[in-house]
Design a protein around this ligand. Structure first.
Ligand SMILES: [Zn+2]
Ligand SMILES: [Zn+2]
Length: 336
């Protein structure tokens, strides 16, 4: 299976937390958290269409300015999601700059900021042409666990306790749809933009009678049912978990385990070694062992610990070892 999402951490394990996810077939990318973004080339930053911010402690939010700066003057909507009051915080940050020279742009960046407050999602638009002024308009929707969904992708979240609300995320591909290149040749068809439409129609569950243009054009249009039967393989989609800055409480543990259940990959914070458990509780963070146990409870395929406290650097291997031990012990003895 050729994976759809290609995640990579923005920094090393002791650096700011952030996960960049390149999205195959799309010139778009998804970003979890807004750390210092200097390690990412501008070509990658420009592709970001959706940003999911766990909370607004500085190491998770300092990158807002550089992302906005790079996107200015482009006809682009950048969607930002996070816990309340991220909407006010984004608007205030942008108000601290002078915008007299960008206000006249014909087209320009629009930020759509959505915050989760209790069981409500509140959104607003901050438009470069209007100097990003918050006009106080709020679109309100009831939160049902899903923050964002479109054909082929879904991001879910839970609100956790970190002495402030903090969000963990799961990025899911509900169904993995693959075009079999060999079959394409066998049927005398050629690749092209039509394959994207085909994949989307399959993901949407469009009617089997739907007719689609193909390449070469004279061979079509062909019904979706035939195309699906002859060219497509469907399998379980990818799932990636992103968990940072969470107090080591039972309630958090259970919420996270439910959210990232069965994920192929879990990126999880593990700032403190097991011997520093009291510090972890004080700072409302996980220890290495707790991170491993969370991963085991959720039965994830692979756990990638990060956001280690720099105090325990520069060698990450003892911390990684403790996470893996917690994961393995609980996986082998789930009744523990
Ligand atoms: Zn942090
Ligand atoms: Zn924090």
């Amino acid at each position: 299976m050729r994976p759809l999402f290609h995640p990579r951490l923005v920094h090393g394990p002791f650096g700011d937390p952030g996960l960049y996810v390149a999205w195959m077939h799309k010139a778009r990318a998804i970003l979890f958290d807004l750390p210092d973004l200097s390690p990412l080339p501008s070509g990658d930053l420009i592709k970001i269409s959706h940003v999911f911010v766990s909370h607004t402690h500085m190491d998770h939010f300092v990158g807002l300015d550089s992302l906005v700066r790079l996107s200015l003057g482009r006809d682009k909507k950048l969607k930002i999601y996070g816990p309340a009051p991220i909407l006010d915080q984004t608007a205030w940050r942008l108000r601290s700059y002078t915008w007299n020279l960008v206000g006249g742009y014909k087209e320009g960046l629009v930020l759509e900021v959505t915050q989760l407050r209790g069981n409500l999602l509140e959104s607003t638009l901050l438009d470069c042409k209007e100097e990003f002024r918050d006009k106080g308009l709020r679109e309100v929707a009831v939160f049902d666990g899903t923050l964002w969904e479109e054909p082929g992708v879904r991001v879910k979240t839970v609100l956790l306790d970190h002495k402030v609300p903090s969000m963990a995320f799961s990025l899911e591909e509900p169904l993995h749809v693959e075009v079999l290149k060999g079959k394409l040749e066998e049927h005398g068809l050629r690749p092209g933009g039509w394959l994207r439409t085909l994949r989307e129609k399959v993901m949407e569950g469009a009617s089997p009678e739907t007719l689609l243009e193909v390449n070469p054009r004279e061979r079509g249009p062909l019904p979706l049912a035939w195309l699906k039967e002859n060219l497509i393989r469907c399998s379980k989609g990818q799932k990636i978990g992103y968990v940072v800055d969470v107090a080591p409480t039972q309630e958090n543990l259970e919420k996270v385990a439910g959210l990232v259940k069965g994920a192929d990959l879990l990126f999880i914070e593990a700032p403190f070694p097991e011997s520093e458990g009291h510090r972890a509780i004080n700072r409302a963070h996980l220890t290495t062992r707790k991170a491993g146990e969370m991963a085991a409870m959720a039965k994830v395929g692979k756990v990638i610990p990060f956001h280690f406290s720099p105090k325990y650097g520069p060698d990450p291997s003892p911390l990684v070892k403790e996470v893996k031990q917690g994961f393995k012990t609980l996986m082998e003895n789930p009744s523990r």
